[in-house]
Design a protein. Structure first.
Length: 143
């Protein structure tokens, strides 16, 4: 098992991305035969009802995680909430899931996103170069 600092976390829910403000976070690669990952987000109490509803629906959710430091490309995980604990001012949300795309696919997702916006030629190249450096959040299709 390998553990890493969870730098940032977003929930990709339908056509929007919800940033989860982290007080702290941890991500574990269980290195089991099913390639399972655990992500724990220690976040604001105001998100309790949102995560409780998802948990009660027992539905899969896509999360976008940046691991260790801001400069790293985001990784996408298909997860379910397996634990939701309420504290006085915070909550702990434990997700269990599997990686959807590896970090090297970020450039492919970015290019697809820019092409969908109708960019081409030198405008496409310029925007791609700018975005590959700034690493903006991307919407992921639920394929």
């Amino acid at each position: 098992m390998k553990s890493f600092k969870l730098y940032s976390l977003d929930v990709v829910d339908e056509d929007r991305s919800i940033e989860v403000p982290l007080e702290d976070g941890l991500i574990l690669n269980k290195e089991d035969d099913r390639s399972t990952w655990l992500l724990e987000a220690y976040t604001d109490l105001s998100l309790y009802d949102y995560f409780k509803k998802i948990s009660e629906q027992d539905r899969d959710i896509i999360v976008e995680a940046v691991i260790t430091k801001k400069e790293n490309a985001p990784a996408y995980f298909q997860t379910k909430i397996c634990s939701l604990i309420k504290f006085e001012n915070n909550i702990s949300v434990l997700f269990e899931g599997h990686i959807r795309r590896n970090k090297s696919d970020y450039s492919e997702l970015l290019l697809e996103n820019l092409l969908q916006k109708g960019l081409e030629g030198s405008a496409l190249l310029s925007e791609f170069r700018d975005k590959i450096k700034s690493k903006p959040k991307l919407k992921v299709k639920n394929s």
